[in-house]
Design a protein. Structure first.
Length: 251
């Protein structure tokens, strides 16, 4: 199942680990208690943490996990973390906090809006690296196919060098009938300081990222594989095309 933007790190397991990259409330939900709250959790091991096409784990495996709390009204909050290889500047962990609202606004149409805060608590240089990113997405369900169109905008902040960044993306997903297999595809466009070519040393602050993948679900477990690519100079372990495998569990 495709997620909204707050599922950025776990869209259909490994298939869209590139962009969409905080885990979805739809992945695992316990029965809501008397106060209307639902708590869900997820853990994952991925061969490469790719965020919008760029490896944040230097091409190495990463351990990830998060917890979400949702209210029956549609409001939610959550946290998500991943091991990274960010050197002294970003350290060895990304920790995200987010909150927002999601729900159906018409038959087969869902809206998700919120804000996400990226933190790097193990950075060693004392730099201002944390930043905010509001997001919004609209999801459509037509038969067995799902599509999501969304955007995230990191406004001007000191941690981004006083610049901003816009990310626009679309996701497609399809569950094969009578099978545990799901197919997915992703295309994203970045305009700003976080553009993949810019991160790779190019001066162009725009870039595309993409992925195609498949996953198999069985109970709480899901195993997926995705081919991930990004526009710009190809740097081994950073922006080179990669096949990414992920195994995850949702509770």
């Amino acid at each position: 199942m495709l997620t909204s933007f707050h599922g950025k790190f776990a869209v259909s397991s490994a298939a869209l680990v590139t962009s969409l990259a905080v885990p979805s409330l739809a992945q695992a939900q316990d029965a809501a208690d008397d106060n209307g709250l639902t708590v869900s959790a997820n853990v994952a091991l991925t061969t490469d943490y790719r965020f919008r096409g760029v490896s944040l784990s230097a091409g190495d495996p990463a351990i990830q996990g998060g917890v979400d709390v949702a209210h029956e009204s549609g409001f939610y909050v959550g946290t998500w973390a991943s091991s990274i290889d960010g050197g002294d500047t970003y350290g060895e962990m990304e920790f995200d906090i987010y909150g927002g609202w999601s729900g159906d606004v018409a038959e087969g149409v869902a809206l998700d809006v919120g804000i996400l805060y990226y933190l790097y608590p193990t950075e060693e240089l004392g730099l201002d690296t944390d930043y905010w990113e509001p997001y919004a997405s609209v999801g459509f369900n037509v038969g067995g196919a799902e599509a999501t169109v969304g955007a995230a905008y990191a406004f001007e902040q000191d941690s981004l060098g006083g610049d901003d960044n816009l990310y626009i993306y679309t996701d497609l997903g399809y569950s094969l009938p009578s099978t545990p297999v799901s197919l997915s595809a992703h295309l994203g466009y970045t305009d700003g300081v976080l553009a993949p070519p810019f991160l790779a040393g190019d001066t162009d602050e725009t870039g595309l990222d993409w992925s195609i993948g498949a996953s198999v679900s069985q109970g709480i477990l899901e195993v997926g594989v995705a081919y991930v690519g990004v526009e710009g100079p190809s740097i081994d372990g950073l922006t080179d095309d990669a096949i990414v495998g992920t195994i995850s569990a949702s509770f």
